[in-house]
Design a protein around this ligand. Structure first.
Ligand SMILES: [Zn+2]
Ligand SMILES: [Zn+2]
Length: 366
C-alpha cells in the first residue's frame, strides 16, 4: 500500500511529504493507522546533522493510532486496538530486560539506530529505494508498520494526541521524576529546559508532591506556563506549607533534573543532600549527545548522579499507568499540547518548536 510520510532526504534539507510504498507487516509486526504524532526535538537532530542516521529517513517517533492489520504470529493485538507507539521494542530476555531496565535492552538499540525493523530491513520505500525508520517508527505518516513490541495497548478513551505524547515526552519526563530520580513529597526539583519533556517533568514533580519546582528556560514565557500546569496536589501542599514552612524553605532533599531539549533520552538527574554545594550532572540522550553541567566534588558531597534514558521506563507497564493517571484527572496532559498541525505543515511545526513558541505541538491525521 501507499502512505503519505514526512521524509528527510539530506541533512539541512526541508522535510518533504512524500507518498511512500509501505510493505505488509511481516511475522511479529503490525500496521498502524496513525491518528496523532508529536513534534519532538529529537527528530530535529537528524535535520541539523547532530544525530547520524541513514537517509532518507521517515521522521516521527512519538505516535499513536489504531491497529489496522497484524502479521503472522501476532496474537496480543487485534485490528481496531488503540495503541501508543514505544520506540524501545525490548526483547524481554536480555540482562537489562531481566533487571527492570528494558529501555537499555541490547536487542533493539542496534536496529532502531540503523533505521530498520528488528529483522534488519525497512518497510518504507520510494521508487524502489529504501527509506529508513527513525527510532524504528517513522510515524509522521498515515500508516506505519512496526514490531508488535513497539505497540502498547491503551484505553481508547485517551485522545490520540495525548496517547502520542505518552509515547515519548511524557514517559521520558514523568519517568525521569518518578522512576529515575524517585522524587519524594516535600522535595525541591530544578528542571532545565521547558519543552515537552521538561514540562512533563513539571507535571511529574507536582504529582510526586514536590514542595518547590524551579523551571529554567531561555524563554521567559515558559515559566508562566509552568505555573499554570495542572496541579492536583496544590491544596495538599498548601496545608503542608502552613504546617512546616521552615522545613520547606530549607529545600530538603533537593533534586536537580536536567532534561527538556534532549527529548527522547532527556533527564540527567543529580540528587543533593544539602543546598549550596557543587554538583555535577551528566548523561546521554536518545541522540547519543553528552550533557555536562559545571561543578565537581560529587565524591565529597555524597551526591548521586544518574542518567535517565526514556524515563527509565518499562513502556508496557508505564504507558497504561500514565494513561490511567490522565483519565483519573491526576496528570493534565492536555495542557502540554499548545498547537496542532496537519502533516503538510510539518516544516512550520519545527520552525515554531525551535523558536520556543510552543511547549508541545502535535500533527493530527485524518
Ligand atoms: Zn532485552
Ligand atoms: Zn521524543
Amino acid at each position: 500500500m501507499q502512505t503519505r510520510t514526512a521524509v528527510l532526504h539530506a541533512v539541512g534539507d526541508p522535510i518533504s511529504v512524500e507518498t511512500l510504498d509501505l510493505s505488509a507487516p511481516r511475522a511479529g509486526e503490525v500496521r498502524v493507522r496513525i491518528r496523532a504524532a508529536g513534534v519532538c526535538h529529537s527528530d530535529w537532530h537528524l535535520i541539523s546533522g547532530a544525530t547520524q542516521h541513514p537517509l532518507p529517513a521517515a521522521l516521527g517517533h512519538e505516535g499513536a493510532g489504531e491497529v489496522v492489520a497484524v502479521g503472522p504470529g501476532v496474537t496480543r493485538l487485534q485490528v481496531g486496538d488503540s495503541v501508543s507507539l514505544n520506540w524501545a521494542p525490548a526483547c524481554g530476555e536480555c540482562f537489562y530486560c531481566l533487571h527492570d531496565s528494558p529501555c537499555l535492552c541490547d536487542a533493539y538499540l542496534e536496529p532502531i539506530w540503523a533505521g530498520v525493523m528488528l529483522d534488519g530491513t525497512p518497510r518504507y520505500a520510494l521508487a524502489g529505494q529504501p527509506v529508513y525508520h527513525y527510532c524504528g517508527l517513522g510515524c509522521f505518516s498515515d500508516y506505519v508498520v512496526v514490531p508488535v513490541q513497539s505497540c502498547v495497548l491503551l484505553d481508547p478513551r485517551v485522545p490520540a494526541s495525548v496517547a502520542a505524547l505518552i509515547g515519548c515526552a511524557v514517559t521520558t519526563g514523568v519517568g525521569a521524576v518518578l522512576n529515575t530520580a524517585q522524587v519524594r513529597p516535600g522535595s525541591s526539583v530544578a528542571i532545565f529546559g521547558a519543552g515537552g519533556v521538561g514540562m512533563s517533568m513539571v507535571l511529574g514533580a507536582k504529582l510526586a508532591g514536590a514542595a518547590r519546582i524551579i523551571v529554567v528556560d531561555r524563554v521567559a514565557q515558559k515559566g508562566e506556563f509552568a505555573t499554570s500546569l495542572g496541579d492536583p496536589f496544590r491544596a495538599c501542599r498548601r496545608r503542608r506549607h502552613r504546617r512546616d514552612s521552615r522545613a520547606d524553605r530549607r529545600a530538603r532533599g533537593g533534586l536537580r533534573v536536567r532534561g527538556g531539549g534532549v527529548s527522547g533520552g532527556a533527564g540527567s538527574v543529580s540528587g543533593r543532600g544539602a543546598p549550596g554545594r557543587h554538583d555535577r550532572a551528566g548523561g546521554a540522550g536518545a541522540d547519543g549527545q553528552q550533557h555536562q553541567s559545571a561543578g565537581g566534588g560529587v565524591d565529597a558531597s555524597g551526591e548521586t548522579v544518574k542518567g535517565s534514558y526514556y524515563g527509565s521506563a518499562h513502556p508496557p507497564r508505564d504507558f497504561p499507568f500514565l494513561a490511567s493517571l490522565y483519565l483519573d484527572g491526576l496528570l493534565d496532559l492536555d495542557s502540554l499540547i499548545t498547537r496542532t498541525y496537519r502533516l503538510e505543515e510539518i516544516n512550520s511545526a519545527y520552525t515554531e518548536m525551535l523558536a520556543g513558541s510552543v511547549v508541545r505541538s502535535v500533527v493530527l491525521f485524518e
